[in-house]
Design a protein around this ligand. Structure first.
Ligand code: OAD
Length: 230
């Protein structure tokens, strides 16, 4: 049976595809204060701006491609039982070929009711004011905003407890509860972190590779696959 490799990813893994990270630009995300476009209050204050912001992010997906890091994670399925827990709302892990992906913070390519969280539908185009969910409420992006519950966190936590190896890539590790998942790794199981910056590393168990996602994975994969059957 293959060992379980659980991978927690953040905005950094998509940086080399050309998608801006959140905190590498003075708290501005594509020119906006994060709370303005990623909070229920922001949506209440200016729904048109928030819808437009995510419409642009959704449209941007057509202009970007998965990078080598996304592809390498898919290739690791030859050696490991891999599950990706991503904070990203892009679809680059899917397009990079990974099979098991949990989107902790939602997905750009989905929309949902603004009253019932579980009323989710596919969304490839844009969402406008007046576009309604089946329950008659205004459609909104299927994004977990600041202050909202993270419905998949328990499932993610359970997966990390089962990990033989935990690999964390491209996240500042400051947004909870996602950042707290590192504590669910069982004692003795290796934890690798790949990030060219200075993520918040709360445990000295971490083996830190201070490189970009593509460079760090190129270095780590031979370590992870040595002596493993192909
Ligand atoms: P951040 O923007 O907070 O952190 C991005 C991380 O990626 C930083 O640690 C960078 O050093 C690193 N990085 C930059 N370039 C990289 C590269 N080429 N390869 C690897 N790493 C690189 O993004 P997240 O930690 O993902 O939530 O942010 C967490 C959450 O906060 C997001 O999911 C989002 C945001 O607000 C919501 O939208 C709800």
């Amino acid at each position: 049976m293959k060992k379980k490799l659980i991978v927690l990813t953040g905005a950094g893994i998509s940086a080399e595809s050309g998608i801006a990270t959140f905190r590498d630009a003075d708290g501005l995300w594509e020119g906006h204060d994060i709370m303005e476009v990623a909070s229920p209050q922001g949506f209440k204050t200016n729904p048109a701006l928030v819808l437009d912001f995510y419409n642009k992010r959704r449209a941007q997906l057509a202009e970007v491609e998965p990078n080598r890091a996304h592809e390498i994670l898919a290739e690791l399925e030859d050696h490991y039982d891999v599950t990706i827990i991503t904070q990203n709302v892009d679809d680059l892990h899917e397009r990079g070929g990974s099979s098991n992906i949990i989107h902790l913070h939602g997905e750009l390519k989905k929309a949902k009711s603004s009253v019932v969280d579980s009323h989710v539908q596919e969304c490839s185009g844009s969402i406008q004011i007046g576009d309604l969910a089946a329950d008659g409420s205004q459609l909104r992006p299927h994004i977990v905003w600041f202050g909202e519950a993270v419905p998949l966190i328990e499932q993610a936590h359970e997966l990390v407890t089962q990990a033989d190896i935990l690999l964390i890539i491209g996240t500042s590790m400051v947004v909870y509860p996602a950042a707290g998942l590192i504590h669910a790794a069982k004692p003795g199981k290796p934890i690798y972190v790949i990030d060219p910056g200075n993520p918040e590393l709360v445990t000295d168990r971490v083996q830190f590779i201070q490189k970009t996602a593509t460079e760090g994975l190129a270095e780590l994969v031979p370590v992870l696959t040595v002596n493993l059957p192909t």
